[in-house]
Design a protein around this ligand. Structure first.
Ligand code: GLC
Length: 724
């Protein structure tokens, strides 16, 4: 029993003393680091400083050997530490010690709606980066999913800036907990792969501030990201690698970024402009390195007085600051590769990422007492997803496929027969005609699959895409399921009514026909080394699916804003983001367009009832915090997790506002039949919109609707609050 004196006096003093000493200690450490950095810079020659500002090989930039400063080594990518490549060539270094853990892709992590798992991902990948002696991991990548065909949607997280930010913060914190620098990318407004090296994204200030920048701001101010990668494209007429507004004004001055900005590979365009606009390190693919913009030409520019040495010193300071937090930090962990804990992290993410889209026939979870034979059909049942996608490829130490996962769970009790069903005959280098031909059904394989499915109690189709079909450097041409899969689905479901369709991909697909036919649908992802085990455990009911879509699945491409306004891929090299802030569900809800599946959608094997929704107050001033609470009851027979989403909508706003905006969410486990209290908090200032006339964040006074939902379109409770 804590006496009142202890609780009201001693404890607060102890906490205050602890926090004062720890802040004081932190400040002392910062001052000490600053002192060391400034001492080092004083000893460096101009040539040594310049050498630090550009690549000296594919994945490194110079240190200062004579002063004990190591090279800055970096590596890809968002799905794991890529295999070692040659120092001066993208070819594999053919190591035997660089197999790594293949982590679930970005949109899979997003589909978990579980920032704690994003943190676990970061910790595990940081440990593997240390084991490979990488100081900077070129991850996480979280450009907003503005356009559903973007080839890198699978690497990114979401269409919503708030969900993006929560995942970015935690991924960065996880990676950097291991004294490895995260490199958040691609800064900024890099939302298509078509003409990615040249497109000029024209975006208004409000959309920039409310949609495209928040996750980057959060990853730096709340995640503490040590480095950031400037994107290939232009924003409002200026290359991202020399965009003074983005790099100096917003990133370094307004957000207080202390770390280093590195360019995307080959994404630097000048010496003087880029140096003055805030780029710190020029990275690229091939030498001669001394001829790069930030090498001899920059040295000459400094000597000619075009760039002051103070500008160079600031860049060196930033790079050394990153090093003192990483390779030159005290107690720098040695790291470890491919541990059971890493595999567990992959499994946990994968199993929470899988989205149950439709289960009206209750074919799931599989009834393994009555089902004695299963036809497993589709190349994606045996396909491996770790390699591909340029820098996002991983030489996985192992990868459990869907078929292997099912066999490991059911192999002794159920007769499993496999049929390939379709050939994923696709190469990024194919001509458009070859790509079109690749989407024709393979009748022989379909006939074989039908013959297999005719004779089994159930059939599970594994369709969707793969890491060649979704990749950096290209956008998809349509939402259709590739490789003639729809014809396969129609043929198999015609002969076996107990067919489950599992779509594996990293982005939205056209599932209209499958949905209309009322088939059972599961959406899974490029789900890492344990992907097949997690998928099997969801299908047999060992795991109750809890994934929710991190982006809208349009019913048709023309419904999505970039196509509705004909701004993709842009004209004469300019993509005009005419939809402004109405990205994703903000567009569909405000324009009252029904999507195929909405943002935040995902079913469970159980059901949840929402009740008792309330807020801590009815009227708030602008500096207060809003707490929303509700009771969540599991009214089904399976324990499971629900992600309660909190949306806000301004009543009679004086300016254009989306119909609703996500402002908080909470994922919570509830046993069958039990009830839990869910509490979510947000600040009134989080309701602000960006007034691009005054360049200020403004909280409109007046009435707001506050909504709790199981998805953006399944609102279960509505409240009203007033802001004075
Ligand atoms: C690429 C990508 C970037 C990657 C870099 C190094 O072009 O855009 O994400 O980290 O080059 O591979």
């Amino acid at each position: 029993m804590i006496t009142n004196k202890l609780k009201n006096y001693v404890l607060p003093c102890a906490i205050a003393l602890f926090s004062f000493t720890s802040v004081h200690a932190q400040n002392k450490a910062t001052a000490a680091t600053e002192g060391k950095i400034n001492q080092i810079i004083k000893k460096m020659t101009l040539a040594e400083k310049i050498a630090m500002l550009h690549g000296n090989a594919l994945f490194s930039s110079e240190g200062v050997k004579r002063l004990g400063i190591p090279e800055l080594t970096c590596d890809d990518g968002p799905l794991g530490v890529r295999e070692e490549v040659l120092r001066f060539d993208w070819k594999s270094a053919k190591w035997t010690t660089d197999s790594a853990t293949f982590f679930p892709n970005g949109s899979a992590i997003a589909a978990t709606w579980n920032p704690a798992l994003a943190n676990k991902f970061g910790v595990a990948m940081g440990e593997e980066a240390n084991a490979r002696k990488k100081i900077v991991m070129l991850a996480p990548a979280f450009n907003i999913c503005r356009m559903p065909l973007c080839g890198r949607t699978y690497e990114y997280y979401s269409e919503d800036p708030f969900l993006n930010a929560q995942l970015a913060i935690q991924s960065v914190k996880g990676i950097q907990s291991q004294h490895v620098a995260a490199c958040v990318k691609h800064f900024a407004v890099n939302n298509q792969e078509t003409q990615r090296n040249s497109i000029n994204a024209v975006v208004d200030q409000r959309a920039l501030r409310e949609i495209y920048l928040p996750a980057f701001k959060a990853s730096i101010q709340q995640g503490g990201a040590y480095t950031i990668m400037s994107a290939y494209n232009k924003v409002n007429g200026y290359w991202c690698s020399e965009n003074d507004f983005l790099l100096n004004k917003i990133l370094k001055q307004e957000w207080g970024f202390k770390g280093a900005v590195m360019s995307d590979w080959g994404g630097t365009h000048t010496s003087v402009n880029a140096a003055k606009a805030g780029l710190d390190i020029e990275m690229g693919s091939s030498g001669p390195y001394d001829e790069w913009y930030f090498a001899n030409p920059l040295l000459a520019a400094v000597k000619a007085g075009k760039v002051s040495e103070n500008v160079i010193n600031d860049k060196v300071h930033r790079i050394l600051w990153v090093m003192f937090h990483t390779s030159m930090s005290a107690n720098h962990p040695a790291g470890k590769m491919n541990t059971p804990a890493h595999s567990k992290t992959v499994y946990d993410i994968a199993s929470e990422s899988i989205v149950l889209l439709k289960n009206e026939k209750h074919l799931l979870p599989l009834n393994t007492t009555s089902i004695k034979s299963i036809a497993v059909i589709g190349d994606n049942a045996t396909h491996k997803f770790s390699l591909g996608g340029f820098g996002a490829g991983v030489k996985a130490r192992y990868e459990v496929t869907a078929l292997a996962g099912l066999k490991s769970r059911l192999g002794n009790s159920v007769d499993i027969q496999f049929a390939q069903g379709y050939k994923p005959d696709y190469q990024t280098t194919y001509t458009d005609q070859q790509k079109e031909d690749a989407n024709k059904p393979n009748q022989a394989l379909i006939d074989q699959a039908v013959a297999t499915a005719k004779g089994t109690d159930a059939a599970i189709l594994f369709v969707g895409s793969n890491r060649d079909y979704e990749s950096e450097g290209q956008d998809r041409k349509s939402l259709i399921l590739p490789f003639g899969e729809q014809q396969l689905i129609n043929a198999v479901t015609a002969v076996n009514p107990n067919t489950i369709v599992v779509v594996i991909g990293g982005a939205p697909y056209d599932l209209n026909e499958i949905k209309k036919a009322n088939h059972t649908i599961v959406f899974s992802w490029f789900n890492g080394s344990e992907g097949g085990n997690a998928l099997a455990d969801v299908l047999i009911g060992k795991v109750n699916p809890s994934g929710k879509l991190p982006f809208t699945f349009p019913a048709s491409l023309g419904d999505s804003p970039a196509f509705a306004l004909n701004t993709y891929p842009g004209e004469n090299g300019t993509a005009n983001y005419k939809e402004g802030i109405l990205v994703g569900y903000r567009w569909f809800d405000t324009k009252k367009i029904d999507p195929l599946y909405c943002f935040g959608y995902g079913l469970s094997y159980t059901d949840f009832a929402y009740s008792g929704f309330s807020t801590n107050k009815k009227v708030y001033n602008k500096s207060e915090e809003i707490t929303a609470r509700l009771k969540l009851k599991n009214i089904g027979k399976y324990a499971g997790k629900e992600t309660v989403q909190l949306y806000i909508s301004k009543v009679n706003s004086a300016v254009l506002k989306p119909e609703k905006e996500l402002k908080a969410f909470k994922k919570i486990w509830v046993e069958a039949g039990k009830e839990a209290v869910v509490s979510m908090a947000l600040n009134v200032k989080d309701l602000a919109y960006y007034n691009d006339k005054t360049d200020k964040w403004v909280v409109e006074p007046g009435q707001y609707k506050i909504m709790a939902g199981s998805s953006s379109r399944d609102i279960r409770a509505v409240g009203s609050i007033n802001v004075q």
